[in-house]
Design a protein around this ligand. Sequence first.
Ligand SMILES: [Zn+2]
Length: 279
Amino acid sequence: MQNRRKRISYKYRKVIQNDEKDWIIVEDTHEPLVDKKKWEFIQRTIVINSHRNEKINFFLLDGLLKCYECGRKIGVRTSSRNSKKHMICNYYRAHAKLKVCTSHGFCYDYLEEEVLYIIKKIFENIDKNKLCFNVKKRKIKENTTTLKDKKKTLENEINIANSKLEKIYVDLLNGKITEKIYDNISKNLNNEIKLKENDLTNLTKGNKIEEKERQKDISEVINEFLNKDYSDRKTILRLINRLEIHQDKQVDIYFNFKGLSDFAPALEGCKFKFNICTT
Ligand SMILES: [Zn+2]
């Protein structure tokens, strides 16, 4: 009985395989469901998001390297002799004899080192003080606006109470109200004015202390941001869209953020010639 079941299962699987083999695939006969660009983007995302760290030779710029000449992916291979990593155009590797592309066989370690250097310099070049100052200035402006509003309300209320005080005094002089009523009302109004004036003083004092605390917070956040280590893969993937490797050792770095290229350092003495690009 056992043998029989095994055979059935084996047969079943075989049928599926044969079916797939016999498929005749004719490309470009239907309207594409997803346009080509979108499809490429999806493919790229899938590749980048797949569990790369499970691969034996995991490396930081994996999935970002492209051949400038043929547009295919650049692979990285580790030499079994000295464990050095070097790049190779996948298209060239697959069809070396046909000479469809060239090797692009540069040292990967240098590339990674230099790309990290560029990123580090970019973040150093973002003027920390200027950034701090601008955030503070904005915060202070926001704060003074609400402070001004609160002050204005209190001042208005004090003015109204003072006019009421004047009015009942006139009423007293004209004999419209008794002295007793005047005393009562004026006492209440004077109390109200005192309280509001107190609030006004506290508002200015308290706000100064609050602002100092707030400025401390901002500096801490910005410091934390600028001292971050940018060499983790997650950050690299957020910053860099792709790296296009030319056969003449030029490298086009495509950042995901336009603003970053403004802070790119002067690049001299690098093994590669870098061009900072935006997508
Ligand atoms: Zn190529």
